[in-house]
Design a protein around this ligand. Structure first.
Ligand code: HEC
Length: 120
C-alpha cells in the first residue's frame, strides 16, 4: 500500500498547487499606491529625533525651524535633498552627523508624506 499513499500525497500536493488564487478583495484593489504617512504619527517624531535641537526654536535651535507641520511642509524639498546628500557633503543633514543619518526607510517616509498630500 506504500504506492497508494505516495500517490495520494502527490495528488494532494497537486490539488493545493493548482488551486486558483483567491481573487483580490475590493479593499486590496482600491488600496492607495502610496502608504498613508501622517505628520503626527511619522514625520513629527522623525524630525524631532534627528533634527533637534538645531531646528527647534523651543530648544534654542537657531537654524531654519522644522518644528511644526507648516514648517516641515514648507521645507520638505530642502529636507529631502539635504538628507539624501553623501554623508561627507558639507550640506548633509543632520549637520556633521551630530545625529544618526536617516535610514532609507525614513527618507521614503518623507517622500511618501509629500506624495500623499501632507496628511496631518
Ligand atoms: C547639530 C545641528 C543640526 C542638526 C541636528 C540638523 N541641522 Fe540642519 N542645519 C544646521 C546648520 C548649522 C545649518 C546651516 C548650514 C547649512 O545650510 O548647511 C542647517 C541648515 C539646514 C537646512 C537649510 C535651511 C535653509 O535656511 O536653507 C535644511 C533644509 C536643514 N538644515 C535640514 C535639516 C534636517 C532635515 C535635519 C534632520 C534630519 C537637520 N537639518 C539636522 C544644523 C543642524
Amino acid at each position: 500500500m506504500k504506492h497508494l499513499s505516495a500517490l495520494l500525497l502527490f495528488m494532494a500536493i497537486l490539488a493545493v498547487a493548482c488551486s486558483p488564487k483567491t481573487a483580490p478583495t475590493s479593499a486590496e484593489k482600491s488600496a492607495p499606491a502610496v502608504p498613508k504617512v501622517t505628520y503626527a504619527a511619522d514625520i513629527s517624531p522623525l524630525l524631532l529625533g534627528k533634527c533637534a535641537p538645531c531646528h527647534y526654536p523651543a530648544q534654542n535651535g537657531k537654524k531654519e525651524a522644522l518644528d511644526t507641520y507648516e514648517a516641515a511642509q514648507k521645507h520638505i524639498n530642502a529636507v529631502i535633498s539635504r538628507v539624501e546628500l553623501p554623508q561627507d557633503d558639507p550640506r548633509f543633514m543632520p549637520f556633521k552627523m551630530k545625529k544618526p543619518a536617516l535610514t532609507p526607510d525614513e527618507i521614503t517616509l518623507l517622500k511618501n508624506w509629500a506624495r500623499g498630500g501632507f496628511a496631518k
